[in-house]
Ligand binder design. Sequence first.
Ligand SMILES: Nc1ncnc2c1ncn2[C@@H]1O[C@H](COP(=O)(O)OP(=O)(O)OP(=O)(O)O)[C@@H](O)[C@H]1O
Length: 592
Amino acid sequence: MTMDHRTTEPGAAPGPGSPASPSPERGSLRALLPVLGAHRSMTVRTFVAALAGQTALAALVVLAAHTVGTAVMTRAAPGTGTVLALVALVLVRAATTWWEMDLSHDLAYRVLAELRVRVFDGLARSAPLRIGGRRSGDLASAALADVEALEFFYAHAVAQLLATTAVFGAGTVVLADLEPWLLPAVLPMAAALMLGPLLEGRDRAALGARTRSAAAELSARAVETVDGLPELLAFGAFDRRRADLRGYGRLLGAAQRAEQTREARSAAVRDILVVISLVAVVAVSAHTLEGAWVPAAVALALGVLAPVADSAAALGQAACLRAAAARVGAAVRAPRGAPEPRSPRPVPDGPLGFRLSGVRFGYGGGPVLDGLDLLVRPGETVALVGASGAGKSTCAHLLARFWDPADGRVELLAGDGRSVDLRQVAESELRAAVAVVGQDAPLFHGTLRENLRLGTPAASDADLVAVAALTGVDRIADGLPQGFATMLGERGSTLSGGQRARVALARALIARPRVLVLDETTSNLDGLGDAELLAALPDCATLIIAHRAATIRRADRIAVLEDGRVAQEGTWAELTAVPGPFTRVLDREQRG
Ligand SMILES: Nc1ncnc2c1ncn2[C@@H]1O[C@H](COP(=O)(O)OP(=O)(O)OP(=O)(O)O)[C@@H](O)[C@H]1O
């Protein structure tokens, strides 16, 4: 009797030239067990169903063997009571199998749904820190394929292992009662069966890790391919990419096959151990038991060993899942990039400005911001300029509190001088006060109206129409077949870059932010559109990150970022009057 061997989730071996995946730590599966805690009653019911099913099967084979043995010896048909008992056991076994399958899958799918949400929570908590380090296809793989792979563990391993332990314990007591010499025929083989997964656990975990990391690699490359299809086609690079994907697909197949080959070998060893044990039981019982008790003892030994063999198979399979569990666990336990304050302080009311003081920040290498000071007063518009890679977007991300500075402070300021450090502001308050709009702010699959209401689902139609008129989104809606109800397509792919920028800005303005950060938001628009959008901006503290001279010129003040600090500050007239960091930036832009 062997376990139901499931095909492992798709995955590929490490990329060409990449090192083999290390064997993941023991305990990664155990670390996820607390998720079952929320489903305690269902876990207990699954255990009861598994226990009832395994007990019914053991009783059925023993009674059937005894009945057949008796019939052969006495040459008489079994009595009605025996037949009824056999029928009852068959029915109980059928009912409990159905019950257990139903419950265990229900439990597994609930746990997986919960885990998926926890993975997404972890990603949100640590974004974009984590996203900076891992590729989106890899993250999607952790959230979907790795979680899915764990179905086997939750549906087939946990409750069944507990039930097997109980059935094995009770079965050996009965065997010992029948004939103590049967124990040496059964116990060593049972121990050998359970030793197998322990001995090969490391190897199987490494095989599983190879499959999982390859699955993630393939997933990451597939997502990149879909995302970059226009570029791949435009550069004639698609054929190479396809060959590349095929290669990774083959590596995936090889990794999966290695896992299956190992499982097939282990299954053969388990079958041999069970057969050896049964032969020993036959030998012992032939000398010590009488009549129909001989086949009954053999059946009981089988009834006891089969679940042990199944459990050994389950443990072997579970070892393969350690890598998936480790990846899911890492995502679930991802640290918060910017932890919520224990005792949040309110954001001051009235118009807001902000100040970065002595800010130092890096991404693990050298410092990107190195003692940066920047003040934007309520109602003021400041342009932040600098060479590519100078750290302008990093400032925007610090204002959105994606990260906290390693040193220094980022504060919101009221007109009367009151201030609050972003680290002390509750996230919901911060999001309501500060809006950061990027250059390619992604839109989502949904209608134009849904995209506009992303941050403010309760925004009134009047607000929506007013902001749409300010930002020119009303003209975009007029050109769409169903106006604001038109589906935009994934990532707003049905809109032009300039149209997406208008929608992204409108989306931010509907929330009436008190601090606005525009990170190259208008760079996809022509000069006229740029001017139109900037004129539509509300009278709040605004930081505009831009390269275009006309955009920069509209700001009240300009700050030039160089070597991680503000190297120069002033109005357009002041900064263009003398050669310096700003004129160098302008020269570079003109030459570019
Ligand atoms: N998530 C990240 N992980 C690691 N390094 C990063 C990350 N984001 C930015 N960097 C690095 O930090 C530096 C500053 O990047 P940033 O995007 O802030 O520059 P920028 O001035 O906005 O550039 P650009 O004008 O080209 O948009 C760069 O060297 C960049 O490579």
